[in-house]
Design a protein around this ligand. Structure first.
Ligand SMILES: Nc1nc2c(ncn2[C@@H]2O[C@H](COP(=O)(O)OP(=O)(O)O)[C@@H](O)[C@H]2O)c(=O)[nH]1
Ligand SMILES: [Mg+2]
Ligand SMILES: [Zn+2]
Length: 291
C-alpha cells in the first residue's frame, strides 16, 4: 500500500500498476489499520472503475516485519533522519529521539544533514567536530547544490527507507534532486518563523530507479516515548553497548551512580551531546514512571 487518502488506499503491484482501493472495515481500525508500506492482498474490480473511482478492495493485511508510528509506516529497512543545519536549525535532541524509536523497532538508521550550502565552512567544521564521534552514519548534503547526493543515493540503493524529520528541512527536495522524475511538491520556508509549511500532506511510498524505495513523510516536531522504560533506554544507545556490564552497579542507569563506565566515557567514545539526550530522556521517562 503506497498511499492513503480520503478513505482510499492506493495499492501498487509488483509490476508497478496502481489500484485505487477501498478496504474491508477491519483494516481501518486498531492494529490492523492499514499503513503505508503494508503488503496486502486485494481484489481488483472487474471492468472499468465505477462512479466512485474505485478499482479494487483490500481484503487482507500480510504480516509486518516492523512498523513506526510517527511517521506511520510499515515494512521498512532503514530510517533516514533528515535535518537541515540552518533554516530551520538542527534539533539534535529530536534526532536522538527518532533514533531511539528506530532502535526499539530494530531498524538501522542514518542521519542526513541538509542545507550545507547555508553554512560557512567554519560553522560546518564545528558541526562536524561536535558530531565526532557519532554512533550512526552522518551524510552532509545540499539538495540545492548537489553535495553529498551520491552518498545518500548509495545508502538508499536496494533498501526501503523512510525519510523523517521536521517540515522544511528538505526531505522532498532531496528526493527530487536524487530522482528528478519524482516531482514532489516542496515548500517555502517562511522568513518569519523559518519553518517549512507542510507541503507533503501524507506519507507516500516512492519507487527508486536503482531498486530501492523511499517513504516521503510530512514533517513533525514533537515525538513522545510510549511503552519505553528507563531500564531499557540504555539498550537503544548503541554507543553504550561495549560498556554495559562494566559499571560499579549491576542495574546502573548511568545517571548519577559512582563508578559508571558510561559516564567515564563521556567526551571520549561517547559524544557528550548524545549523553545529555540520554539523561534528558531517562528523566522524562522516569517522571512518567512516577519516580
Ligand atoms: N538553501 C537550501 N535550501 C533548501 C535545500 N533543500 C531544500 N531547501 C529549501 O527548503 C524548503 C523546504 O523544502 P522541502 O523539500 O519542502 O522540505 P520538507 O518539508 O522536508 O519536504 C524549500 O524552500 C526548499 O527549496 C538545500 O539544500 N539548501
Ligand atoms: Mg516534504
Ligand atoms: Zn553506568
Amino acid at each position: 500500500m503506497v498511499r492513503a487518502a480520503g478513505g482510499f488506499f492506493t495499492v501498487r503491484t509488483d509490476t508497478g500498476n496502481e489500484y485505487h482501493c477501498k478496504a474491508r472495515g477491519m483494516l481501518k481500525r486498531g492494529d490492523a489499520a492499514l499503513m503505508v508500506g503494508d503488503r496486502v492482498i486485494f481484489n481488483p474490480e472487474a471492468g472499468p472503475p465505477g462512479a466512485s473511482g474505485q478499482d479494487g478492495v483490500v481484503e487482507k493485511l500480510l504480516p509486518r516485519s516492523n512498523r513506526l508510528t510517527r511517521p506511520s509506516v510499515a515494512n521498512i529497512d532503514q530510517l533516514v533522519v533528515v535535518m537541515s543545519l540552518k533554516d530551520p536549525a538542527c534539533d539534535w535532541q529530536l534526532v536522538s529521539r527518532m533514533l531511539v524509536l528506530a532502535e526499539k523497532e530494530n531498524l538501522k538508521s542514518l542521519v542526513c544533514l541538509n542545507k550545507t550550502d547555508l553554512l560557512e565552512d567554519k560553522s560546518l567544521k564545528s558541526v562536524q567536530s561536535e558530531t565526532t564521534p557519532y554512533p550512526y552514519p552522518l551524510i552532509f548534503t545540499s539538495a540545492k547544490k548537489g553535495n553529498g547526493l551520491d552518498k545518500l543515493r548509495s545508502a538508499l540503493d536496494g533498501n526501503c527507507s523512510v525519510f523523517a524529520g521536521p517540515s522544511g528541512v528538505g526531505k522532498s527536495s532531496l528526493l527530487n534532486a536524487l530522482q528528478p522524475g519524482l516531482k514532489l511538491k516542496t515548500g517555502i520556508v517562511s522568513d518569519k518563523i523559518r519553518r517549512g509549511k507542510h507541503t507533503t500532506r501524507q506519507a507516500e511510498l516512492l519507487a527508486l530507479l536503482n531498486g530501492g524505495s523511499v517513504v516521503d513523510t510530512p514533517g513533525f516536531t514533537r515525538l513522545e516515548f510510549q511503552d519505553l522504560s528507563q531500564a531499557e533506554l540504555s539498550a537503544y544507545f548503541p554507543e553504550f553497548d561495549p560498556l554495559l556490564g562494566r559499571c560499579g552497579f549491576r542495574d546502573c542507569l548511568h545517571i548519577t551512580e559512582p563508578n559508571c563506565a558510561v559516564i567515564n566515557e563521556v567526551g571520549s567514545s561517547i559524544n557528550s551531546m548524545r549523553y545529555d539526550h540520554y539523561k534528558y530522556f531517562a528523566e522524562e521517562i522516569g517522571k512518567g514512571e512516577g519516580y
